[in-house]
Design a binder for this molecule. Structure first.
Ligand SMILES: [Zn+2]
Ligand SMILES: [Zn+2]
Length: 133
């Protein structure tokens, strides 16, 4: 059985380099609490939570994400509605942008937020530039 997956093609908002590699999004992350720096790979599949990387992000820890290509922060001055951690934002290659929570384990951490179906449809509309809204 094959389930259709929406793999997001996300780019750095600064240098516009594509950060999606296969089904994953490559970012650099800095963990303030632990003073650790490393690479992380978030799932690029819409609504999926998986995170891998060269550093362990403990459940509940907040990471500061940076573009691995130009080293600029992708953090924005918006806070997660669920846990109040800072949000990160990446540009979609088809237009629009995606915001996600920087706290590990938060529902907003998944690309596409909580995977809300309405949000997803809005996103799909944006992604494919369909006229209905
Ligand atoms: Zn960049
Ligand atoms: Zn959050």
């Amino acid at each position: 059985m094959s389930k259709q997956m929406l793999v997001l093609q996300l780019c750095c908002p600064h240098c516009k380099e594509l950060l999606t590699e296969g089904n994953r999004i490559h970012l650099d992350a800095y963990l303030k609490d632990l003073n650790k720096d490393g690479e992380v790979f978030l799932s690029a599949v819409f609504g999926e939570y998986s995170v891998e990387g060269t550093i362990e992000i403990p459940e509940g820890a907040v990471a500061e994400f940076r573009c691995p290509k130009c080293d600029q922060s992708v953090m924005i001055s918006l806070y997660c509605r669920t846990c109040n951690a800072p949000m990160a934002s990446l540009t979609q290659s088809g237009g629009g942008y995606i915001e996600f929570c920087s706290r590990r384990g938060c529902k907003g951490h998944a690309i596409g937020g909580a995977g809300d179906i309405d949000e997803m449809i809005t996103l799909m509309n944006k992604k494919f530039n369909t006229p209905y809204d």
